[in-house]
Design a protein around this ligand. Structure first.
Ligand code: AHG
Ligand code: MN
Ligand code: MN
Ligand code: MN
Length: 336
């Protein structure tokens, strides 16, 4: 009835984070200020993505980035938006972006204690055809209160304080974990606020979906090939799994988080470390999966235990429902 239409106890992301912060009396609100700047960046990119079709933002920006990919205008724009938002928060000291070859050391006058690694626009090959894309981020605390150094962002993913993503799809959804569970917020454009819509997300223990680019099948290693074969032709008489692959990690991971199943970007002969980047794709999504009761495996180890050597390092990744990833781990263990 009418009263529900205007729920007055709107839990906005700002209030939610302040509630979280009250659990850490020692914190002086720095994290809340940092997060509010990330949220502002997401709102800006959400608006730009929705206008892209009209504002002729679509198409190539002409340059190619360190990944050797053609940079599309929205890639470049969203990168600038997040770098500016993070620096102006006054709470960051070193930034790593997919779109910048070198780490960005924040000027001393604007420095804070957080290190942010981010993929400003994930799934950029999907921009022009209107398929969901997103932003992914992870947050570390500087190792010791001293100078910001590269080692501060070459920490294992398990040291992250927080991680999240924003998906620009049919609605704008912000999914966040600060280390005590996963919560989802949906942008209400009439308020310009992210409202809590998915409290305490838990991934189903087992799923019926597998998500992988089957086009790479000829280059897969044994365990990956065996796992996918089992999904398609189960030996134990159970029904075959469904294949769902969107090609934007944010969208594939968001569906996996809500519906269950497993997302794979395996190594293959062409790319022995797979395609996805450790710092700003593998770590944040692995952090969220573990916080939601799932798990994430590289083919060799727990993804969050990986210690990166380079800021754009890649790793194979198998993440999702706990039991499904266990099956993949068993296949790799048998291979050893
Ligand atoms: P990005 O657009 O940030 O470079 O990331 C693209 C990634 C990821 O979003 C997705 O899972 C993967 O590329 C898809 O790769 P394929 O097209 O090789 O399947
Ligand atoms: Mn890219
Ligand atoms: Mn990406
Ligand atoms: Mn990207």
């Amino acid at each position: 009835h009418a009263a529900d239409a205007f729920r007055t106890d709107l839990m906005t992301i700002t209030r939610f984070v302040l509630n979280e912060q009250s659990k850490h009396p020692e914190s002086r609100g720095d994290f809340s200020i940092l997060l509010s700047h990330i949220v502002l960046g997401c709102k800006f990119v959400c608006a730009a993505v929705n206008k892209a079709g009209l504002a002729k933002l679509i198409g190539l920006a002409g340059e190619t980035n360190v990944q050797g990919e053609e940079q599309k205008k929205l890639d470049v724009l969203s990168n600038e938006v997040f770098v500016k938002a993070l620096v102006s928060s006054g709470r960051t000291c070193i930034l790593v972006s997919e779109e910048d070859e070198e780490a960005i050391i924040v000027e001393p006058s604007k420095r804070g204690k957080y290190c942010v690694v981010f993929d400003p626009l994930d799934g950029s090959s999907n921009i022009d055809c209107g398929v969901s894309i997103g932003t992914i981020f992870g947050i570390y605390m500087i190792k010791d209160g001293g100078e910001a150094r590269l080692e501060d962002v070459l920490q294992p993913g398990k040291n992250m304080l927080a991680a999240g993503y924003c998906m620009y799809g049919s609605s704008c959804t912000f999914v966040l974990s600060t280390g005590s569970g996963v919560n989802g917020f949906t942008l209400d454009p009439s308020l310009g606020e992210f409202i809590l819509t998915h409290p305490d997300i838990k991934i189903p223990k087992k799923g019926k979906i597998y998500s992988v680019n089957e086009g790479n099948a000829k280059n897969w290693d044994g365990p990956t090939a065996k796992f996918v074969e089992k999904c398609k032709f189960p030996k134990d008489g159970s029904p075959a799994k469904s294949l769902r692959y969107i090609g934007s990690m944010v969208a594939d991971v968001h569906r996996t988080l809500l519906y269950g199943g497993v997302f794979l970007y395996p190594a293959d002969k062409k790319s022995p470390n797979g395609k996805l980047r450790v710092l700003y794709e593998v770590f944040p999504m692995s952090f969220l999966m573990e916080q939601a009761g799932g798990q994430s495996f590289t083919g060799k180890e727990r993804a969050l235990d990986l210690v990166p050597k380079k800021i754009h390092e890649r790793s194979p990744i198998f993440l999702g429902s706990y039991d499904d990833v266990e099956e993949i781990k068993a296949l790799y263990a048998a291979e050893e």
